[in-house]
Ligand binder design. Structure first.
Ligand code: SF4
Length: 453
C-alpha cells in the first residue's frame, strides 16, 4: 500500500474514532455468484476504541477538512493543530476491498468533515458506496454518515446503497448547539432524518408485498449525542432520545462522553474536565430500559430528579423510588412486573414464567436461571424468601446494593409480626403509568402510592 495512503489512513481513521454512532448493523445481504462478501444483521462491530467501545468496520473520514467550527470537534476549522488531508473516492474503495479480502473488516463506516458544502461532501460519500456496490459488487456492510442539509436526491441514493444511515444531532439542546456549533441547527438534522424515516417505512411496506422491493437503509438510522460538552441534564438527554425513538423510529441513539481534545473557550476546560464515562454507561442503561423493557421516561427519570444515580443502575433506582410496589411474588407476578425487578433480565423473566407452568419457582431455581440474586433479593419473594426479614428501608437497600457499609440499623426480628408481602398488580401497567394498590391505572406523577406496611 502506498505510503501516502497509509498516512492519510492514520489521520482520517484517528479523526473518526470519536464518532460512536456506528456500533451495530442490522443489515442482511446475501452474496451473489459474481460479488464479494455478505452482511449479517448481527456481529458487525468487533474493533475497540481506546475507551473500550466496540467498532469493527473500516471507520474513516473521507476528509478532515471542515468549513464548520463546532467547539466540541477536533476537526473544526479553527483547530490549527490538525494536519488536514482527504482521500480520493478510489482510495477509500481500494482500502475497503483490500481490507475486506484480507478479512480485516466486515464493512465500512464512512463520514467526513464538510469540505465545501453538504451536497458536495455527501456526493463523495455516495460515490464511494456506488463504486463499491456497482463496480465491485461489494455486498458487505456500509454505514454512511449523512451530512445535515444534504439534498433529498442524494439522501435517497445513499439509502439505496447503504445498510444504515446516520445523522448526528450531537448536542442535546438546540440552544447549546447554537452556542457551540453556530453553523448548525436542529432543522438541518431533522429534515434528513424525516427523509430516511419515510424511505425506510416505504421500503418495509413494499418488502411485505415483494422480496424484490428496492432496499432503503435496511438497518434504519441512528444518531449520536455528545454528553458533557454542554450543561444539559440526563433527563433532557433521554427525553430527546425518547422523542427520536418515537418520532423518527431511530434504531439507536449513541451517547458519547465528550472528550476534550484541545482548548476552546466554548466547552469545558481540558485541564479540569473528566470524561463522564460512568454517566455514558448509565445513559445506555436507561436507554435500554426505555427501548427494551417498556419503561416510560418518567419512570426512569422523573422531572423532579433529572440526574441519573451514578452509583446505582436505573432499574434499581426506579425500584427504590417505588418501594410500595415491591417485593413481588415470582410465582404470581405477570411478565411485565418480573422484568421490572432489578437483577432480572428479559431472559430470566421469560424463564420464570415458563418454569411456573411446571411447578413452584424456588430460590435455587432462580439461581440456576441466572438471576442476579444479589440485587433481586430485595425485590422478590419466593416460598422460602421474604425480604422483609432483612429490612425494607430503601436507603438501607441502596447502601447494600452499591456495596457500602450497612447503616447499623437493627436487623428486623425473625419472630416479630412481619409486614405483609405486597402481591403484584394483576395487569401490566401502561407506559408512563403505574398501578395503584386498588388496581386502577394512574398517571405516574399523580399516583397516590400507599406504603405496603
Ligand atoms: S461539521 Fe462535523 S466535522 Fe465539521 S466541525 Fe462540526 S462536528 Fe466536526
Amino acid at each position: 500500500m502506498r505510503t501516502q495512503v497509509i498516512e492519510k489512513l492514520e489521520i482520517l481513521a484517528d479523526a473518526a474514532k470519536y464518532d460512536v454512532s456506528c456500533a451495530s448493523s442490522g443489515g442482511e445481504r446475501e452474496n451473489s455468484k459474481t460479488g464479494l462478501g455478505n452482511s449479517r444483521a448481527m456481529g458487525i462491530c468487533h474493533t475497540y476504541t481506546p475507551d473500550g467501545r466496540c467498532v469493527s468496520l473500516l471507520k474513516v473520514l473521507f476528509s478532515n477538512v471542515c468549513i464548520y467550527d463546532c467547539a466540541y470537534c477536533t476537526t473544526r476549522r479553527s483547530n490549527e493543530e490538525v494536519v488536514r488531508t482527504a482521500f480520493t473516492v478510489k482510495e477509500v474503495v481500494d482500502l475497503t476491498m483490500e481490507f475486506y479480502k484480507r478479512n480485516y473488516i466486515e464493512g465500512l463506516f464512512l463520514s467526513s468533515g464538510i469540505f465545501r458544502d453538504a451536497d458536495t461532501t455527501t456526493e463523495k460519500l455516495v460515490e464511494v458506496a456506488r463504486s463499491l456496490r456497482h463496480e465491485h459488487q461489494f455486498n458487505g456492510y456500509i454505514h454512511l454518515k449523512v451530512i445535515p442539509g444534504a439534498s433529498t436526491d442524494l439522501l435517497v441514493e445513499a439509502g439505496r446503497l447503504a445498510d444504515r444511515l446516520s445523522v448526528n444531532i450531537e448536542i442535546p439542546s438546540e440552544r447549546s448547539l447554537k452556542a457551540v456549533a453556530p453553523e448548525k441547527d436542529y432543522a438541518s438534522v431533522i429534515r434528513p432524518m424525516d427523509t430516511i424515516r419515510e424511505g425506510h417505512d416505504e421500503y418495509r411496506a413494499e418488502r411485505k408485498k415483494t422480496k424484490r422491493a428496492p432496499r432503503f437503509s435496511p438497518g434504519g438510522q441512528s444518531t449520536q449525542l455528545v454528553v458533557g460538552a454542554t450543561p444539559e441534564d440526563d433527563r433532557t438527554v433521554l427525553s430527546l432520545a425518547d422523542g427520536l425513538y418515537k418520532e423518527q423510529k431511530l434504531r439507536r441513539v449513541y451517547y458519547s462522553g465528550y472528550v476534550p481534545i484541545s482548548s476552546d473557550g466554548r466547552v469545558p476546560d481540558p485541564a479540569t474536565y473528566r470524561q463522564p464515562l460512568a454517566r455514558e454507561h448509565r445513559l445506555y442503561q436507561a436507554d435500554w430500559l426505555i427501548r427494551q423493557y417498556d419503561f416510560s421516561l418518567d419512570e426512569v427519570l422523573p422531572a423532579e430528579q433529572p440526574h441519573l444515580d451514578m452509583k446505582l443502575d436505573p432499574k434499581a433506582a426506579y425500584a427504590l423510588r417505588f418501594p410500595e410496589l415491591f417485593p413481588i411474588d415470582v410465582n404470581t407476578a405477570p411478565m411485565e412486573w418480573l422484568q421490572r425487578v432489578p437483577g432480572l433480565g428479559l431472559k430470566s423473566a421469560r424463564r420464570i414464567v415458563a418454569a411456573r407452568r411446571r411447578g413452584t419457582v424456588r430460590w435455587e431455581h432462580l439461581r440456576a436461571m441466572g438471576v442476579v440474586l444479589k440485587r433481586a433479593r430485595y425485590f422478590i419473594t419466593t416460598p422460602e424468601h421474604r425480604p422483609h426479614l432483612i429490612g425494607t428501608d430503601p436507603g438501607e437497600i441502596r447502601r447494600r446494593i452499591v456495596g457500602g457499609k450497612a447503616s447499623g440499623a437493627p436487623q428486623l426480628s425473625l419472630f416479630g409480626a412481619p409486614p405483609p408481602v405486597v402481591t403484584p398488580p394483576p395487569a401490566a401497567p401502561a407506559r408512563g403509568r403505574i398501578v395503584t394498590p386498588s388496581g386502577a391505572l394512574a398517571p405516574l406523577a399523580s399516583a397516590p402510592l400507599a406504603r405496603a406496611a
